[in-house]
Design a protein around this ligand. Structure first.
Ligand SMILES: C[S@@+](CC[C@H](N)C(=O)[O-])C[C@H]1O[C@@H](n2cnc3c(N)ncnc32)[C@H](O)[C@@H]1O
Length: 335
C-alpha cells in the first residue's frame, strides 16, 4: 500500500507546519552463544547506558529510553511501508525458517512470528535486550553477525535486516553470509537509510540551520568511526548481486524529519519521526561525537537541543531517504 512517501517527487510542505495538530490529536508525548554474565555488563556515559561487550563495536545505547525509541521507530516503519512488515514477494505458506538480523527489541520478529505461525523466527543481536517472553515460534539469540555464522547453510526462507547502518563494518561480507545461509528460492530484505546528509527539496534546509550543523558533526563522527556513510541503494544492490542474489531491486521512501508535509499520512509519519528523533539524535550522535568527533558533551548536547527545535518547528523541510533492497537466491538450474 502506498502512503505518498514512496516517491522521487518532492514532498509538498504544509504552509502551516509548526502549528502541528499532531501533538494535540495524537498522544505522541506522551544465541547460540551461551548467556554469560558479561552479556549483562553495562557502562554508563553521558547519562546513557551502553552494552559493555559491544562498546567498541556499536555506538548506540541499550537502556530503556533506547528500547522505547526502537519500538516507536518500528511503528514509524510500519507507517512508512503502509502497514507492511516487508516488501519482498515472499510466500507466507513457505516461511519455515526466518532470520531477523540485529533484531533490537525483537519487535519485528515478534510481529512476523505472530502472523506466520508456521515459521520459526530467530532474532539475533549483539545485545540481550529482547523480552524473555516470546511466542512459541520466536527465539532470540545473542551473537555477532560480523563473525562467521554458525547457522546451517541454505537454511532461511527469509532474512530480514533493518537499520544496521551504524553497525556493519563490512557490508560485502555480511551480505555474502546472508546469501550462504538463504535457502535457494528464499529472499533477503535490507532496509537502510542515508547517513551522509539530510535531504531537502525546497531550499529550507540551510547550511547554517541547527539540524544541518548537527548532521555535519554527526557525519564527521560516523566517518571517523570507520562506518560507511556513503551507503546507498546502488551499493547495496551491487553487494547483493555480487553475493549471488538475483531479482535484485529497491524501493525508495522519503521519510520526513518533523510534521511539515501537507499530506496527512506523511505529516503523521513526520510527527512520529520527530518523537523518535527526540531521543534518537542523542542515541545516534552523542557517543561518537564525543569519542571520535572532537566535541565535548556540552557542545554535543547543545547541537542536539537546537536541532530538535528545527525538527519540531516545521520550517525546515528535511527528510532522509530509506531504501528497501531485496534479492532472491536462485534455485538450482534457475537464473
Ligand atoms: C538501530 S538498531 C535496529 C534494531 C532493529 N533491527 C529494528 O529495526 O528495530 C541496531 C541493532 O543492531 C544490533 N547490532 C549491531 N551490531 C551487531 C552485530 N555485529 N551483530 C548483531 N547485532 C548487531 C544492535 O545491538 C542493535 O540492537
Amino acid at each position: 500500500m502506498s502512503n505518498g512517501l514512496e516517491t522521487t517527487l518532492p514532498i509538498e510542505a504544509d504552509p502551516d507546519a509548526g502549528a502541528s495538530d499532531y501533538e494535540s490529536q495524537h498522544n505522541l508525548q506522551s544465541s547460540t552463544a551461551s548467556m554469560t554474565s558479561s552479556m549483562y555488563d553495562f557502562v554508563y556515559e553521558n547519562g546513557r547506558q551502553y552494552h559493555r561487550k559491544s562498546a567498541d563495536q556499536y555506538a548506540m545505547p541499550s537502556d530503556e529510553t533506547e528500547k522505547n525509541r526502537l519500538d516507536m521507530f518500528h511503528h514509524a516503519q510500519l507507517c512508512v511501508l503502509g502497514g507492511a512488515l516487508y516488501t519482498a514477494p515472499i510466500d507466507p505458506a513457505k516461511m519455515h525458517n526466518v532470520l531477523d538480523c540485529g533484531t533490537g527489541t525483537g519487535i519485528w520478529a515478534l510481529d512476523f512470528g505472530e502472523i506466520h505461525e508456521n515459521a520459526k523466527v530467530t532474532g539475533v543481536d549483539l545485545m540481550p535486550i529482547q523480552p524473555t517472553w516470546t511466542y512459541p515460534n520466536v527465539v532470540f539469540e545473542t551473537d555477532d553477525l560480523e563473525k562467521n555464522w554458525t547457522y546451517e547453510k541454505n537454511h532461511f526462507d527469509f532474512i530480514h535486516s533493518r537499520h544496521l547502518g551504524m553497525s556493519m563494518r563490512s557490508w560485502e561480507r555480511y551480505i555474502q553470509q546472508c546469501f550462504d545461509h538463504t535457502k535457494p528460492g528464499g529472499w533477503l530484505e535490507i532496509s537502510e537509510h542515508t547517513l551522509d546528509r539530510l535531504h531537502c527539496d525546497d531550499g529550507t534546509l540551510k547550511d547554517d540551520s541547527a539540524v544541518a550543523i548537527y548532521y555535519t558533526a554527526f557525519r564527521r563522527s560516523v566517518e571517523a568511526s570507520g562506518l560507511d556513510c556513503e551507503l546507498s541503494a546502488e551499493k547495496l544492490k551491487q553487494y547483493l548481486r555480487d553475493a549471488g542474489y538475483v531479482d535484485v531491486s529497491s524501493r525508495l521512501y522519503k521519510v520526513p524529519w518533523g510534521p511539515w508535509p501537507r499530506n496527512k499520512n506523511a505529516r503523521y509519519i513526520g510527527a512520529v519521526g520527530a518523537e523518535v528523533l527526540s531521543t534518537g539524535l542523542e542515541a545516534y550522535g552523542m557517543n561518537l561525537m564525543t569519542k571520535v568527533g572532537g566535541l565535548t558533551k556540552e557542545e554535543a548536547s547543545k547541537l542536539i537541543v537546537e536541532a530538535m527545535k528545527d525538527i519540531r518547528g516545521g520550517q525546515v523541510h528535511g527528510y532522509h531517504k530509506q531504501w528497501q533492497v531485496i534479492g532472491r537466491k536462485p534455485e538450482v538450474g534457475d537464473e
